[in-house]
Every structure is written in structure tokens, then in C-alpha cells.
Design a protein around this ligand. Structure first.
Ligand code: PLP
Length: 381
């Protein structure tokens, strides 16, 4: 089988398991304990924190808070930071193509008296910086724009966005779930105040994440309890998960230059091959896109049928966001780049990872060609 859905679930790197397993199977102690086992656990957590900080060039390891995943990081960043800073302004702004775990907290803030504005994107999915300039006002506490989009792969001009946000509003939050470990991120260079990372997307365990919070930025917890992780994420630390995420961050940083080049070459061959199929188009930016991300739309066929068809040939691909594909709604991302409802249904996303090779490309192209041909032959559209 050929697995091309790394953005939805990434196989855990064996080196991560080797590093983290001792903390599941023996080396345990509550990190709050002052006895030897506790101190060892605490020191393992701090080492992991340092590795995550290094991956994004954070100025201080204490600016990293471990969470239970990207969804939780996004909730603390958007909802927690807006509520904590409400007396300085009650407006939040996001791009129209954010993940639902950013959009829903932003919408929810309206119940607490916030106004919420979304900023459109162009047909490639790049945020409209003029519209952003108008949307961000002096009472805007949090503006959230993702580093790169999970459905169409487009990388946003974050440094320029950071400048615009800081000219007028307060804090920039960046969801780097899909960009983390794939392309270099430097929170200091890019003027990022809060940044979301997913542990699994780095090759670490599922259900782990981190939030970078620039020193001096205040946020408030979404869950209350014993005050762990600077009080922002109470609850006994997930030692196995945190050590695993730290090791994944270390490996991602070390392997990034090579993997980035290797996967981009496979991606480009996939794109070139798929675009020779009839009525197939690339979605997202042709060049400013994630190195492991190829996304397409096909006229007159449904994404779910494409997924099942490709699966028949032993190829796992995604259609739309993994998180919303159960609802069968048209993707808000594809609608935002200007596609009609009917066009937004025929999407196929291939996201590459360590197991993928150039040798797999012909089999994927064969699967796509046959799938599209069969589906077109039976489509009522
Ligand atoms: N943000 C983005 C851009 C995503 O693609 C995802 C999931 O794929 C998330 C956030 C949520 O991640 P999780 O479900 O691991 O919390």
C-alpha cells in the first residue's frame, strides 16, 4: 500500500518510540514530585521543551507550553488570549481558511461580546493583505492566520502579516500544524506572538501538541486545575507524549533540509502527472506550497468516490479536511478560494512522508487515471 495522508495521521517515527518508551514503561514519576523519579521526569520534560523551542527559534524554552494537541493549542491561543486581554479590546480576526479549531473558538467569543471578522484569500489561498489591514483595528486583540493550509498547501506570507497585525492590533497567532517540521519557522523573525504545533505532525505521538507564547503575552487557561504548564494546561503531564514530541521536534529539525528537497521532488512529479488527466486542476499555490503537499480538484466527480477508488488500488489519499470529511459538507477552504459548491466536492489531497519514494509515483498516477476514468464513466453530472 501507498500511504499519502500524512497530514491527517503521521506514522510515529521509530526513533521517537525508542526515546519515549522508557517513560511509559519504567522511568515514571510525577514531574511535580521532589524525589528522584519526579526530578527525572521533570528534567525529561524540560529537555523536550528545549527541543521544541529550538525547532521554531523561540527565545526562551519557558515560552513553550505542552498541550493535548493542535486543537487545544488553538483554543488557548485564540479564546484564552482574547479573554485574558478583553479589557484592551474585544475584536478577533482570522483568515477565512483557518482550521475549524480556530474558527469555532473565534465564533464562540461572540457570546462574550467580541466582534469577529474573517479576511478573504485570493484564488491560490493567499491572505488578502489589504483586507487584513482594514480588518485589524486597534481593538483587535488576537489575529489568527495559519502558517500553511492543510487542504491546499499554500504557505502564507507570515512575516508581512505579522507587520500588518502589529501596526494596528495586538497579537498574531499562527497555526503551524502542517508547516511545523516541514519548513523553517522562526517565531522571532516572523513576529509571531503565539504559535500552534502538533506533535503527531512532527512524527510524534497523536494527542500531543505545543503552544509557543512569546514572553510577556498573557493568556488564560481553557481548563482549570493544578496549575501545570504555567497554569495554562492543568493536569499531570503526559510524560511519554511530551518526551516523544520533543524527540520528534529534534528529528524534524535535523532531517528537514533533506526531507524537504526529497519530498518536493516527489510532489512535483505527482502534480505534473495528475494535471495531465482531463478536467483536473491544482488547488492552492503552484510554488508557495508545502514541500509534501499536492492537492487537486476534478470536475464532475465526488471526493469520497475518488478516495474509495484510490483505496481500491492500494493508495490512501484524503479528500477535504480529515476533520470535516465525515460531515460531507463542501470545504470552507475550497469555497473561500472561489470554487462553486459543485466544484468544491471533487477534491483529492496527497500529503507525503518518510515512507514515500519516487518509485511509487507511477502506481499513484495509474490509480488516479483509472479512478477518474471509471468515475467519469458513471457520473450523472
Ligand atoms: N490545525 C490544522 C491546520 C489542522 O490541519 C488540524 C488537523 O489536522 C488541526 C489544527 C487539529 O489538529 P488535532 O486534531 O490534532 O488537534
Amino acid at each position: 500500500r501507498i500511504y499519502l495522508d500524512h497530514a491527517a495521521a503521521m506514522p510515529v517515527d521509530p526513533r521517537v518510540i525508542d526515546a519515549a518508551l522508557p517513560y511509559l514503561a519504567g522511568k515514571v514519576g510525577n514531574p511535580s514530585g521532589l524525589y528522584e523519579e519526579g526530578l527525572m521526569a521533570k528534567s525529561a520534560i524540560e529537555e523536550a521543551r528545549g527541543r521544541v523551542a529550538d525547532l521554531i527559534n523561540a527565545e526562551d524554552t519557558q515560552s513553550i507550553v505542552f498541550t493535548g494537541g493542535a486543537t487545544e493549542s488553538n483554543n488557548i491561543a485564540v479564546r484564552g488570549t482574547a479573554l485574558r486581554n478583553a479589557r484592551t479590546g474585544k475584536k478577533v480576526v482570522t483568515s477565512a481558511i483557518e482550521h475549524i479549531s480556530v474558527l469555532n473558538p473565534a465564533k464562540d467569543l461572540q457570546k462574550s461580546g467580541f466582534t469577529y471578522a474573517t479576511v478573504p484569500v485570493d484564488p491560490w489561498g493567499v491572505v488578502d493583505c489589504e483586507a487584513l489591514r482594514e480588518a485589524v483595528t486597534p481593538d483587535t486583540t488576537v489575529t489568527s492566520v495559519m502558517y500553511a493550509n492543510n487542504e491546499i498547501g499554500t504557505v502564507e506570507p507570515i512575516r508581512e502579516i505579522g507587520e500588518i497585525v502589529h501596526e494596528r492590533g495586538k497579537y498574531l497567532h499562527v497555526d503551524a500544524t502542517d508547516a511545523g517540521g516541514r519548513i523553517p519557522i522562526d517565531v522571532q523573525r516572523d513576529g509571531i506572538d503565539l504559535l500552534t504545533l502538533s506533535g503527531n505532525q512532527l512524527g510524534g505521538p497523536e494527542g500531543t501538541g505545543a503552544l509557543y507564547i512569546r514572553p510577556g503575552v498573557r493568556s488564560q487557561p481553557v481548563v482549570l486545575g493544578g496549575g501545570q504548564e504555567r497554569g495554562l494546561r492543568s493536569g499531570t503531564e503526559d510524560l511519554f507524549g511530551i518526551v516523544g514530541m520533543g524527540e520528534a521536534a529534534r528529528i524534524a529539525a535535523a532531517d528537514m533540509p533533506g526531507e524537504r528537497r526529497r519530498l518536493a521532488a516527489i510532489r512535483d512529479r505527482l502534480i505534473e502527472g495528475i494535471l495531465t488527466l482531463e478536467e483536473a486542476a491544482l488547488t492552492g499555490h503552484p510554488t508557495d506550497r508545502l514541500p509534501h503537499h499536492a492537492s487537486f480538484r476534478f470536475s464532475r466527480i465526488e471526493g469520497e468516490s475518488i478516495q474509495l477508488g484510490m483505496d481500491f488500488f492500494g493508495v490512501a489519499v484524503a479528500t477535504g479536511s480529515a476533520c470535516t470529511s465525515r460531515t460531507l459538507e463542501a470545504s470552507h477552504v475550497l469555497l473561500a478560494i472561489g470554487l462553486a459548491h459543485a466544484e468544491a466536492h471533487g477534491s483529492m489531497i496527497a500529503t507525503l512522508g518518510r515512507s514515500n519514494t519516487t518509485e511509487q509515483v507511477p502506481a499513484v498516477l495509474h490509480a488516479a487515471r483509472e479512478t477518474v476514468k471509471r468515475l467519469r464513466a458513471i457520473t450523472p453530472l
